[in-house]
Design a protein around this ligand. Structure first.
Ligand code: SF4
Length: 215
């Protein structure tokens, strides 16, 4: 059983409420979206075919129990849920970073899903499967990547109208597009509106710079 894999590496988790923890990343090839601010365009096409057991062989020496499956968009490959289930069965804690356009119910309940909710400046917000917001469980997270004030107001509208549901999930993350929206500006907006969300920074970009890859 195979998957198309862009890269596998061990680094510090830069995103979500797991930010700061050592983590193994399995970046799968391919994405069905083309967000304006995408910082992983290299994952659209690059990558080799790997048997699932070869993925395990690469992960094991990294000696880290936390594994994130990311992309591109992991759920465009139909074997991704099997990889996730296999990792869980082997005792790994598994995070799935997904762009929100595919049904997350296909993925094992034990996996922590971190679901992007695309905003207008991405150019991709019409591709969201908004039903995914009803499929979140208490340990899951959502993320809004914000490039403009319009994006912020779009995200605020969703959070405000779905407040009771979002209070039950682990974290609602508001992340500024690096180099486009200043963190301090976003902080001011969140505080002014008393929003129950987490200001979320991509800390790998502060540690290694915005163009570093495989870190
Ligand atoms: S969903 Fe992610 S990988 Fe795909 S285009 Fe958007 S930012 Fe890039």
């Amino acid at each position: 059983m195979t998957l198309r894999v862009n890269e596998i590496f061990y680094s510090i988790q830069g995103e979500s409420s797991y930010a700061g923890l050592p983590c193994v990343f399995v970046r799968l090839t391919g994405c069905n979206l083309r967000c304006s601010y995408c910082d992983t365009r290299y994952a659209y096409e690059e990558g080799g075919i790997l048997e699932i057991n070869h993925i395990f062989e690469q992960i094991a020496p990294m000696r880290c129990h936390l594994v994130e499956i990311t992309g591109g968009e992991p759920l465009i490959q139909d074997k991704t849920p099997i990889l996730i289930e296999s990792l869980l069965e082997d005792g790994y804690e598994v995070l799935l970073e997904t762009n929100g356009s595919h049904d997350i119910a296909l993925v094992d309940d034990r996996c922590v899903k971190i679901v992007d909710v695309k905003c207008p400046s991405s150019g991709m917000h019409h591709h969201m499967d908004m039903e995914n917001l009803n499929r979140l469980s208490a340990k899951d997270e959502i993320k809004f990547v914000l490039g403009t004030r319009e994006d912020y107001e779009y995200a605020r509208e969703i959070v405000t109208h779905m407040k009771s549901r979002f209070l039950k999930i682990s974290s609602v993350n508001f992340s500024p597009v690096f180099g486009q929206l200043k963190p301090e500006t976003l902080a001011e907006w969140i505080l002014a509106d008393h929003l129950p969300c987490r200001l979320h920074l991509q800390i790998q970009k502060y540690i290694w710079g915005p163009d570093a890859r495989g870190v």
